[in-house]
Design a protein around this ligand. Structure first.
Ligand SMILES: NC(=O)C1=CN([C@@H]2O[C@H](COP(=O)(O)OP(=O)(O)OC[C@H]3O[C@@H](n4cnc5c(N)ncnc54)[C@H](OP(=O)(O)O)[C@@H]3O)[C@@H](O)[C@H]2O)C=CC1
Ligand SMILES: O=C(O)CCC(=O)C(=O)O
Length: 482
C-alpha cells in the first residue's frame, strides 16, 4: 500500500512524486508500505498550514484542545491490536511491547488532555495596591518534531501531545524506518476531527525534510530524539535561526549491583534493561557494575538466563527478543561486538543466530562481555543493541565512580536492600533519572524525562515540565481595577 503526507488536514502525494519502500526487520523481503520521499516544498507547505492554523488553535480553551487529544487516545485504544501488530512488523519489538507502546501513547494523550484541568501561571502580590499582577503561558507557534524509530508511536506522541495542549501547531518528520507508526497517530488525530493544519506530517529523508524543518523561519522550536551527532548539528542550525531546541540523545546507563542484592532480582533487572526491545533504548542498561562479593554468582546466573532467551520472529508469543530495527543498526551492533571481542572477554552471544528461519532478518544474539577496561569502546560508546558489559568492583564508592565515568547521564539504577546506600546513590549519580531496584529503562508520562551531561539539552520532556519547552511566560500588570 502507498501512504501519503498529512498536510492541512489532507493526505497529499509528495511534490517529488517519489516513494521509498519500507520493509520488515524480521524479513527484508516483506514490504510494509511505500512512503513519500518528500522535497523541501512539501515541508514549506506543511509549515504554512501550521502557521495559518496556529492563529485559531491558540485561541481555543485548553479544554477544547483536550477533547481532540482524548479522542485520539480513544482511537489508539480501540485499535491497539492492529496498530500493535503493525508496530511489531515495522520496528521489530515483540508484540507485547508493540501493543504496550500503543497503550502508552494513548495514556500520554490522556495525560495531556487532563492537563486542561490544571492551573496555569501564578498570581503574585504587586507592590501597588491597585495592580493585579500575574503570569500566564503562551504557545510558541509551529513546532518541528524530529523523531526516531525505536519508540515509533510513543516518542512522537510525547512530543506532540504537550505541544498541542499548550496551543502550538506541529510539523513532524518521523524516522525513515518507521513511518507507518506515525501514520496511525495522524489517523487518530484526523479521526478525532482536529482542525486542518494543526498537525502535519512530512515523510522523507532527514537530510532533506528534517533539514528544512530545522531551518524554516516559521518553525519556532525543534524537539529532537536521536543520535548525538545529528542532534548537535540540528541544535547549531536551529540556534543560529533563533529557535528554541530540545534534544534527547544517547545513554550508557549503569546498573550497580551491591553484594547484598538478591541475585535473581539483579539478573531480571539486567535482562529487562539490556535486552528488551533488542537493547534499542536510550535508557537501556549497557554497563553492569557488580560488587566483588556477588560477582561470580551473578555472572553465572546472568549467562544461564541470557542463553535461555528466545530470539526470533517478534510476532510469536513466546519470543523474548526480536531483530534490530534495520540492517544498518544490525551492522553497527555487530561492529561494536567485534570491537568488544578484541578488547574484552565474551561470555555468551556475540553472533548472528544460526536459525535459517531468521536469515532474512536483522538478528543479533543477546551478548554479555566481561573483563572490560573502562576505556574500551564497549564501555564508552552507545551501542543501541543487545550487548552488556560486566565490571567487577570492590565497594559502593568504586561502583559509583565507575558508573559516573561516562560522557552520558541519562538513567542509572542500583540493586540493593541497603537503604542508606540506595539513598546515597540517588544523590551521587550524575543522571537525569535514577532507579532503585527497578531497571534503567522505562518512563511514566506524568514525570519529567531527560538526562544530564551529553544525553540531553534543553528542558525536560513529559510531565508538567513539558510546559517549559512548549510555551513562554507572559507577565501581566493589570491596573485600574479599583
Ligand atoms: N536517543 C534515542 O532514543 C535514539 C538514539 N539513537 C542513536 O543513534 C544511532 C543512529 O540511529 P539513527 O536512526 O541513524 O539516528 P539519527 O539521529 O540519524 O535519526 C533520528 C532522526 O533524525 C533524523 N535526521 C537525520 N539526519 C537529519 C538532519 N540532517 N536533519 C534533520 N533530521 C535528521 C532522522 O531521519 P531519517 O530516519 O530520515 O534519517 C530521524 O528522524 C543509534 O545507533 C543510536 O545510538 C537513534 C534513535 C533513537
Ligand atoms: O525507557 C523508555 O521507555 C523510553 C526510552 C526512550 O525514550 C528512548 O529510548 O528513546
Amino acid at each position: 500500500m502507498r501512504y501519503n503526507n498529512y498536510i492541512n488536514g489532507e493526505w497529499k502525494a509528495p511534490s517529488t512524486g517519489e516513494y521509498g519502500v519500507n520493509t520488515s526487520p524480521h524479513d527484508k523481503n516483506e514490504i510494509i508500505g511505500e512512503f513519500p520521499l518528500s522535497g523541501t516544498s512539501d515541508v514549506t507547505e506543511a509549515v504554512a498550514a501550521a502557521k495559518t492554523a496556529f492563529a485559531s488553535w491558540k485561541k481555543l480553551s485548553y479544554a477544547q484542545r483536550g477533547v481532540y487529544l482524548k479522542k485520539a487516545a480513544d482511537y489508539l485504544k480501540a485499535n491497539v491490536e492492529q496498530i500493535g501488530l503493525d508496530l511489531t512488523r515495522e520496528e521489530g519489538k515483540t508484540l507485547a511491547e508493540g501493543k504496550g507502546e500503543v497503550l502508552r501513547a494513548a495514556s500520554i494523550f490522556d495525560y495531556y488532555a487532563a492537563e486542561s484541568l490544571q492551573p496555569v501561571g501564578d498570581v503574585i502580590p504587586s507592590a501597588n495596591a491597585d495592580t493585579f499582577l500575574y503570569t500566564t503561558r503562551v504557545p510558541l507557534g509551529p513546532i518541528g518534531l524530529i523523531t526516531p524509530w525505536n519508540f515509533p508511536i510513543a516518542i512522537p506522541v510525547w512530543k506532540m501531545a504537550p505541544a498541542l495542549i499548550y496551543g502550538n501547531t506541529v510539523v513532524i518528520k518521523p524516522a525513515d524506518q518507521t513511518p507507518m507508526c506515525v501514520n496511525y497517530v495522524m489517523e487518530a488525530l484526523h479521526q478525532a476531527g482536529i482542525p486542518a493544519g494543526v498537525v502535519n506530517c512530512v515523510y522523507g529523508r532527514g537530510s532533506v525534510v528534517g533539514e528544512e524543518i530545522v531551518t524554516n523561519p516559521d518553525v519556532k522550536a525543534i524537539s529532537f530524539t536521536g543520535s548525538n551527532g545529528v542532534g548537535l548539528r540540528i541544535q547549531a542550525k536551529a540556534i543560529e535561526k533563533g529557535k528554541k531546541v530540545q534534544l534527547e540523545m544517547g545513554g550508557k546507563n549503569p546498573l550497580v549491583i551491591l553484594a547484598d542484592a538478591d541475585v535473581n532480582k539483579a539478573v531480571e533487572l539486567t535482562i529487562g534493561g539490556a535486552f528488551r526491545s533488542t537493547g534499542q533504548k536510550c535508557t537501556a542498561t549497557s554497563r553492569v557494575i557488580v560488587e566483588a562479593g556477588i560477582y561470580e554468582q551473578f555472572r553465572a546466573a546472568l549467562v544461564e538466563r541470557t542463553k535461555s532467551l528466545k530470539v526470533g520472529n517478534p510476532l510469536e508469543a513466546d519470543v523474548f527478543m526480536g531483530p534490530c530495527a534495520s540492517e544498518a543498526q544490525q551492522a553497527t551492533v555487530l561492529s561494536m561486538i567485534e570491537a568488544g571481542k578484541a578488547e574484552a572477554d565474551l561470555l555468551c552471544g556475540g553472533e548472528v543466530p544460526a536459525d535459517a528461519a531468521l536469515a532474512n532478518g536483522f538478528y543479533v544474539q543477546p551478548t554479555v562481555f566481561e573483563n572490560v577496561g573502562r576505556d574500551a569502546r564497549i564501555a564508552r560508546e552507545e551501542i543501541f543493541g543487545p550487548v552488556v558489559a560486566l565490571f567487577k568492583v570492590e565497594n559502593y564508592e568504586a561502583a559509583v565512580e565507575l558508573a559516573n565515568d561516562t560522557a552520558f547521564g541519562l538513567s542509572s539504577s542500583i540493586c540493593t536492600n541497603n537503604l542508606t546506600l540506595a539513598r546515597r546513590f540517588t544523590a551521587d549519580m550524575e543522571t537525569g533519572m535514577v532507579h532503585v531496584n527497578s531497571e534503567t529503562a522505562g518512563a511514566e508520562p506524568q514525570v519529567p524525562f531527560g538526562g544530564c551531561k551529553d544525553s540531553s539539552t534543553g528542558s525536560r520532556e513529559q510531565g508538567k515540565t513539558a510546559i517549559d519547552f512548549y510555551t513562554q511566560v507572559k507577565t501581566v500588570y493589570m491596573d485600574g481595577m479599583y
